[in-house]
Design a protein around this ligand. Structure first.
Ligand SMILES: Cc1ncc(COP(=O)(O)O)c(C=O)c1O
Length: 486
């Protein structure tokens, strides 16, 4: 499709139904007038993400992992080709190159999040889960502690409960409320107003849900602080399309995965940690890199200062310079503008998916979470229903999408709590999954649920998404109209 001399962005030519695409695009732009200001992302799609169109690929799993720009690869490769890198923290010149670039990356992470180096430290980890594990295993939980977390959380946050449990802390889940899947405000306020005054208290919640896309209020951070809680803000799903300003908000710990922000490299994340909160943590072991001094015969050791005490072994010194390159790329493209663009597509998808009905008037899809763009991001969880209201198995949807070269995600997205509320599963439903077998499987669990849904389809949008991607997903959704679920 070609548009005559216009400054507006144009979607690339569709293979099929070009007229339908063009008409839909015009209607979309009329409905979302701010969208035209994001035209630079269509240019980027052609210059930096051309492989998507070359492969006719509709990529809709940005919450799983973002796509990298080609210039990130070129810049990183040039850096690797030019320099001699060695294991950091030594005096030799190759080591010095690594140390310099790694420390530069650390400073750039602070700068990107507007975090004062006096207040925050950056601890490099393999991913957000690694960052959460660092907090979980080192937090001074005791029988006089509380661990409060929302139902809506990634499994890495759920997993921290096992560290808390092992040390006798009281664990409390605060529910989210269907259909919007937002935190139950009253219950959370009630829990936060009752820390255990004799011990340490930790509260964890996600800035954005990786299940429903809900953005939970950042105001909870200071509400919790004012009652003496330490706060982990899981920002892994939030920061790819939103700015997190740590000069304004001051969570104690913030885990992120960099591949979710800019696609490349995988294997590096970080824990942004307030230096004061870091002093509370007690590491359960030491390793190379984390100690200042250790003795075999003396049977003692002393940890290194600050972030170094938390980075086990050799850091990923070849990949760390790529973090600065990725962050600079995000700064250049303007994440706030990206947010606006993604929200235009999200609004359009929410409206159009909701309006799809079978011939008998029954809706095709059920969307879990907010149906408007208010306080949410570009992640949509949904299930497909047939005209009799039966749910299409999500594996079936994923297979059909894959045949059309559409990458989306299905299942519970490592966020079982949000799913349990969304699907109306109760504690006793879930306990059924675990009674028969020592090692329960997801498939056995589905059988135990006697027909209730235990998973969904997730589409998530990001830096390279264009109108044709969301249009092609909508066209794909239409193919299930008036079809009986197998
Ligand atoms: C909100 C949230 N937290 C944590 C994680 C874990 O990230 P990773 O698998 O990179 O450790 C994810 C991954 O999807 C996530 O969405």
């Amino acid at each position: 499709m070609q548009k005559s001399s216009t400054t507006h962005s144009t979607p690339p030519a569709a293979e099929h139904n070009a007229e339908g695409l063009e008409a839909a695009y015009d209607a979309f732009r009329a409905a979302y007038p701010d969208f035209d200001a994001t035209a630079r992302f269509d240019t980027l799609r052609a210059s930096e993400f051309a492989r998507l169109d070359a492969n006719h690929h509709v990529y809709l799993d940005y919450t799983g992992g973002s796509q990298y720009a080609e210039s990130q690869l070129t810049e990183h490769e040039a850096l690797l080709r030019k320099n001699i890198f060695g294991n950091p923290h030594s005096e030799n010149p190759s080591s010095q190159v690594s140390t310099r670039l790694d420390e530069q990356a650390r400073r750039y992470v602070l700068r990107y999040f507007n975090a004062s180096p006096d207040e925050y430290a950056v601890i490099f980890t393999p991913n957000a889960s690694g960052a959460l594990k660092l907090v979980g295993e080192s937090y001074p939980f005791s029988a006089d502690s509380r661990y409060v977390l929302t139902f809506d959380n990634h499994n890495a946050v759920n997993g921290v409960r096992e560290f808390a449990r092992a040390r006798g802390a009281r664990i409390t889940y605060v529910p989210v409320v269907a259909p919007e899947l937002r935190i139950d405000r009253e219950q959370l306020l009630n829990e936060l107003s009752h820390p255990n005054r004799n011990g340490n208290n930790l509260f964890v919640y996600p800035a954005q849900s990786n299940f429903s896309g809900v953005q939970h209020s950042l105001e909870w951070i200071e509400v919790a602080h004012s009652s003496g809680w330490d706060v982990v803000l899981d920002a892994a799903a939030f920061v790819p399309t939103n700015r997190l300003d740590l000069g304004v908000h001051h969570p104690d710990f913030v885990p992120v995965s960099f591949y979710k922000m800019f696609g490349y490299p995988t294997g590096v994340g970080c824990l942004l940690a307030r230096r004061n909160a870091l002093k509370k943590l007690r590491r359960p072991w030491f390793s190379g890199g984390t100690i200042e001094i250790v003795s075999v015969q003396g049977d003692r050791y002393a940890f290194a200062e600050g972030e170094r005490a938390f980075e086990d072994g050799t850091i990923n010194y070849l990949s760390l310079p790529a973090i600065e390159i990725g962050l600079k790329f995000l700064e250049k493209v303007d994440v706030q503008l990206l947010h606006n663009r993604v929200m235009s597509f999200t609004g359009w998808l929410l409206e159009n998916l909701s309006s799809l009905v079978h011939a008998n008037g029954k809706p095709l899809v059920e969307i879990y979470g907010p149906r408007t763009t208010l306080d949410r991001g570009g992640t949509i969880a949904l299930n497909f229903h047939d005209p009799d209201g039966r749910v299409f198995n999500f594996h079936h949807i994923e297979q059909a999408a894959s045949q059309r070269n559409i990458s989306l995600r299905t299942g519970c997205f490592c966020n079982p709590g949000a799913g349990e509320i969304a699907f109306g599963l109760t504690g006793s439903d879930m306990r059924e999954c675990f009674i028969h077998e020592e090692r329960s499987s997801f498939e056995r669990c589905i059988v135990a649920m006697k027909g209730k849904t235990a998973g969904a389809v997730r589409v998530s949008l990001g830096i390279a998404t264009n109108f044709e991607d969301v249009y092609r997903f909508l066209q794909f959704a239409r193919t299930f109209l008036d079809i009986a679920a197998p």
